[in-house]
Design a binder for this molecule. Sequence first.
Ligand code: ADP
Length: 621
Amino acid sequence: MEALPFASWFKDADGKFNQANSHLLNSLNKDLSKVLGKGSKEVFDQEDARLSDEGEQDVYETGKISEATYSRDKHIYKSVNFPVFDSQGQIKGTGGYKEDVTNLTGSLQALHQERETLEVLLENMPFYIFFTDRKHQYLRINSLMAGLLRVSHPQEAIGRSNDEFFSKRVARKMLEEDHAIMETGTPIYNRVIFFEDKGVDGFWMEQNKIPIRDERGVITMIVGIFKDVSDKVKIENELKRARDRAEKSDQLKTSFLANMSHEIRTPMNGILGFANLLRDADLSVEQRDLFLQHIDRSSKQLLNIIDDIIDISKIESGQLKISNRPVHINETMDEIYSSFFHRIRGDAPGQQKVAFTLKKDVVSTVFTVVVDDFRLTQIFNNLIGNAIKFTHEGQINFGYNLKANRYIEFFVSDSGIGIEEEKLTLIFDRFGQVNPIKNYQPSGTGLGLPISKSLVNLMGGEMWVESEVGKGSTFCFTLPLVIEEVREEPRVLISNKSYDWTNQCILIAEDEDLNWLFIREMLRKTGAEIIRAKTGIEAVDLVHKKKPGVILMDIKMPEMNGIEATRKIREFNPDVPIIAQTAFVMAEEKEESLLAGSNHFVTKPLDRTIIMELIDCYIRK
Ligand code: ADP
């Protein structure tokens, strides 16, 4: 009894103590003499005495052990009373002990809590979790894993092995893995595999398998934690693709720039070279004419390239605006046809091999649709220009068909060299010039098709191509069909003649000396007084002072631009004709300048005939 680590005692049939160990005496702070022969009330305090008496009474009544757990002073005690029998089996007294179980209860509670936490973790982690024993049978799995094993409750998998759930191939693979782990003790960490089996939708799985050892260091279990990483793998693949695309686009950009520089240098060299040759005083008139033609052609080529670059950068920055208006579409198509007719059917020997036809689905000349005819013409110029470049014989056809009365489908088809299938999408790419055939590379910037496609998209349509190498290509694009009445615009007649503008004053607002010299030269023989303003402010000032009969107004000028100057002039002079002029075609600028009060708009390089006819028109009004 002395060895027991808690207070204990024996009592006789009268409920008097006849034995007590030192734990009890210490806790009571009493000698044995003060305890022996005494009842509970004389030994314990009131509360303990009551508990002890009740316990004893219970023992006498039931003949069995009586246990009670109670708390006091923040401690939890277990109080036990038990019967002591004589040789006849009668209760001759009782024994009892009182144990402080505060710590024990705490540990149990902690253990319980830990279990619950683990359970919550197992069930709520987005992983397939399982424990298997040395025989590869499941000891425990979470609900997600139960889903993978296709059992309705985790409990159903306990004691069963993989070959009951997976195909032979998969089960064998898992068994081999487990064997290796058991033998080597090496865990598997973050191994990503594509997991598929019959009845399971394939997914990317990250595997972790970790051996668990007992206290002797022997591996008794394996815990498996599998994770569905399909989303992650998808994102990684997308990133990789994006990186590949960026790299590819970077390469294309480099070769685009190299090509562009070549494209610009060629006409530049032509212009510089022939301009130099012109210096030779001994040239015949024919030679001079020929050199000027070369310079003219190279300049136009250069302007085209610059137009393309401006267009593509406007498209990229979202600044390109579409100006739709009602258009006699058949007239536009006829104009396109005639502008190419000579080039295709042309007089040059060897070019007559290509037939050129136009198909109009509607016959009426006044059939009117709402489109941006300037952009539409630009698209056809690109497509037909390409068709000419890549077709040596056969035919080039273009035109349009109405589709379900909802949209117009335009087309340009040729019997040219065709485009290889893998390049069909690349050619619409910004830097996607493809060399069609070895030793055959007509010049080009590779911008025509991307611009055309973007224009079509901006106008609400689609562009695509069908092509077969050696047979030819057909480029198609759609535009929404909007039919409307056409408004006639007055047309300016262009003729070739000399002009007499004596007593007239013409104001040239132009900051660049070269342009000023060119215009002055153009007007020199007309007899008009020509005055110049270098800024918008000067222009307004000169209109006040000299009251010119016509103004040729450059848009881009320092201090005050042409649009602003036009606005200012209109405040005090609503009548003077103002012809606005700017470099390249900026549709927005055109609109803006007309809104500001210009009567007409021309683009540089100025066409002498048009300018002269316009000025004449206004002077004679
Ligand atoms: P560019 O003609 O200025 O090089 P494009 O964007 O107009 O630029 O054309 C891109 C590429 O598409 C051309 O370099 C050519 O390889 C191919 N291509 C375009 N049109 C045709 C066609 N009608 N037939 C064959 N190849 C074509």
